[in-house]
Every structure is written in structure tokens, then in C-alpha cells.
Write a protein that binds this ligand. Structure first.
Ligand SMILES: [Cu+2]
Length: 163
């Protein structure tokens, strides 16, 4: 009898966990900090944005789409060295495990705004939409001139997608 009720409880707990695991991810599972977008000298078509994402939910989140009203295209890029030059390439299938923090920072993995539609001015808020699985999160990126950037003095800009 005792064993049976114990089994019943165990089953209930198990079923409960299964139900939780299939629940949809919530917006509250992601927190966004240290957001900014870089203002480059006039004439640049592309720029980089930086952000820290933290998944405090209990399921992995897949960042599968980024967009902004300020750019034709928004991509995630990673940087690498080739022939002594810093290069970058699009990073696909970006995900955050449960509890994971993902940092986009100057000279490292970053968010690339391609084909800027407007000239950015200091302090202006640039919208960015990040879509994870079945929900999207909107964030405002304050624009900061590359000259005022003090996060990483060693960071440098490089021609992007030039031929
Ligand atoms: Cu880039």
C-alpha cells in the first residue's frame, strides 16, 4: 500500500516534469544587459552592436532571427584570425543552454547591422528584435560613438563584406 502510493507520487512528479518540459519558452526566460550599438564615421554601411544575453530558464533557447528597422539585415558574426587579419563571418544556429550567458562584445562575437538605413547619433535608441523559438524579444540599443567606446581599447574596426 505504502509502496503503491509512493509510486503514485513518483508518477505524478514525473508527469509534471514532462508537462513542464514541453511548455513553451517564456520571454521572462531571457535577460538582456549591456546593450549598445557602435556609431562609425560617416559613410559606413554596416556597424556592430553588443549585448549580453542570459537564459535563466530551464530549456535551451535558439536565437534564429534578428531584425531592426535601422538595417536591411541583422546577423550574428564571429571573428577569427586569417593571415594576421581579423575577419568575421556569419554565425548560424546560435543557442543558449539553460543558465548560459552569451556575450557579444567588441572584437569578439558581435551583432552586425548590415545596410544601415539611417545615420546614428549619440544616445539614440536603435531597436533590435531577437527571436528565440516561438517568441521574440525587443530591445533598445543606445548608440555610442566608436570614439567614446571604452569597453575594449584594443578593438578595431575592419572593412566588412568588402570585395
Ligand atoms: Cu561583423
Amino acid at each position: 500500500m505504502f509502496i503503491q502510493s509512493l509510486l503514485g507520487v513518483a508518477m505524478a512528479v514525473l508527469l509534471c516534469q514532462v508537462t513542464l518540459a514541453t511548455d513553451k519558452a517564456l520571454n521572462s526566460d531571457i535577460s538582456i544587459t549591456n546593450a549598445s550599438i557602435r556609431i562609425l564615421p560617416p559613410g559606413q554601411q554596416n556597424t556592430a552592436a553588443f549585448i549580453t544575453l542570459h537564459n535563466h530558464g530551464d530549456k535551451p533557447l535558439y536565437l534564429h532571427k534578428l531584425s531592426s528597422s535601422f538595417a536591411n539585415k541583422v546577423e550574428i558574426h564571429y571573428t577569427f584570425l586569417a593571415d594576421g587579419m581579423s575577419k568575421m563571418r556569419e554565425s548560424k544556429n546560435v543557442s543558449l543552454k539553460a543558465g548560459e550567458t552569451l556575450v557579444f562584445s567588441p572584437g569578439q562575437q558581435h551583432i552586425m547591422f548590415i545596410g544601415l538605413k539611417k545615420t546614428l547619433s549619440e544616445g539614440e535608441n536603435v531597436d533590435l528584435k531577437l527571436c528565440f523559438g516561438d517568441f521574440c524579444q525587443q530591445v533598445n540599443l543606445p548608440a555610442i560613438s566608436v570614439l567614446n567606446e571604452n569597453i575594449n581599447k584594443n578593438s578595431h574596426t575592419h572593412p566588412h563584406h568588402s570585395r
